[in-house]
Design a protein. Structure first.
Length: 357
């Protein structure tokens, strides 16, 4: 099997020739891994470690020429261009550390002062009409598929977009104190998300990934009732529309933390793949036992314990255990439970992938 065949078999709950894998690593860690292996590119590294190939594509969006300027104009004058600050995506102002933007160190959100649904008019939300189908994108996706890649597109979940625009604590209060506002915000976000993802599905992607954390180490960030009230039905509608375009497209959700309270809900709305099955919060073997016939597990190798602190032998034992217990009738893709960072010994990264085969 090539990577595409192997991954699709696992996603369809058919037993592949071996457990599929994926690579999730930051630039600093990749530099260290390449130096350790003597490779000169990400592709060469993937090939040497026999990591399966996943390739992301983006939909074609015709933004107005002044779009980013319109967002930048919202930033208060005392923050605009201030030393040590930078504008991140969505217009958040973040603090810089050693030349890098720490996206969690936010000093200003574009909609933090909004109080009424009409206040949403101050922010230039992207419009569905800007998303356009593109023959070149379709041809590129076909070429990637023919080369043996699994092709996907992604979009941030509405909750993630909302907290970037509004601030986490304000969004969590909005659910209870200002539901009209959060509903109006969500309507705008989901309307564009559906247009964006629909274009990708029409272009031929194998998978749509919904990215954004819903869980903490021991429970959801919000109550399950709140997620069901505001997100569940909207996610269900979006997935139904994407499946109408292509019934075989796979829906993947990334969320860190313990989300056991809503796994049944995720399956009900049409999520096919759950990432990263953070083992500090959820036991992958137990999740496989309970949901493995209806859900593909994606990830599961500990980024808080095994990879940074284990020995290569311990990494190999953990990987073999996961494969033996979870790679049963497909439904499992092995990899790190989040992005690998430079402090992880390269020997452990190599041990993780080599243990697969």
């Amino acid at each position: 099997m090539n990577s595409r065949e192997r991954i699709l078999a696992a996603l369809d709950h058919r037993q592949p020739d071996r457990c599929p894998t994926y690579l999730w690593i930051n630039d600093d860690a990749m530099v260290g891994l390449m130096a350790h292996l003597g490779t000169h590119s990400v592709q060469e590294t993937e090939e040497l470690l026999r990591i399966d190939t996943w390739r992301e594509v983006e939909a074609v969006v015709s933004y107005p020429a002044d779009y980013m300027d319109r967002i930048a104009d919202l930033i208060p004058a005392d923050l605009r261009g201030a030393p040590g600050l930078a504008m991140a995506d969505n217009g958040r102002v973040v603090r810089m550390h050693d030349g890098a933007a720490y996206l969690e160190d936010v000093v200003w959100h574009p909609l933090e002062a909004a109080v009424d649904p009409s206040d949403l008019d101050q922010y230039p939300f992207p419009e569905a009409a800007w998303v356009r189908d593109d023959a070149d994108l379709s041809r590129r996706i076909s070429t990637l598929k023919e080369s043996g890649c699994l092709v996907y597109g992604l979009v941030d979940q509405a909750f993630k977009q909302a907290w970037y625009l509004r601030g986490m604590h304000r969004v969590l209060m909005d659910f209870y104190l200002n539901p009209d506002f959060i509903n109006a915000l969500y309507d705008k976000l989901y309307f564009y998300m559906i247009a964006y993802c629909s274009s990708l599905v029409r272009a031929g992607v194998d998978m749509i990934q919904l990215i954004g954390d819903l869980g903490m180490q021991n429970k959801l960030i919000m109550s399950p009732a709140i997620w069901r009230e505001h997100d569940k039905w909207r996610v269900a509608n979006m997935i139904a529309e994407l499946k109408r375009i292509n019934p075989s497209v796979k829906l993947y959700m990334h969320t860190d933390g313990d989300v056991r309270e809503i796994i049944d809900d995720l399956i009900q709305v049409g999520i096919d793949v759950l990432n990263p099955i953070q083992p500090e919060c959820m036991d992958p073997v137990e999740i496989k036992r309970k949901y493995g016939e209806r859900l593909t597990l994606h990830g599961a190798v500990s980024l808080q314990r095994t990879l940074p602190f284990g020995s290569p032998a311990e990494v190999r034992r953990k990987v073999r255990h996961l494969i033996e217990c979870c790679n049963v009738n497909g439904g499992f893709v092995l990899g790190p439970s989040n992005v690998m960072f430079k402090e992880i010994p390269p020997e452990n990264i190599v041990a993780m992938y080599k243990a697969v085969y």
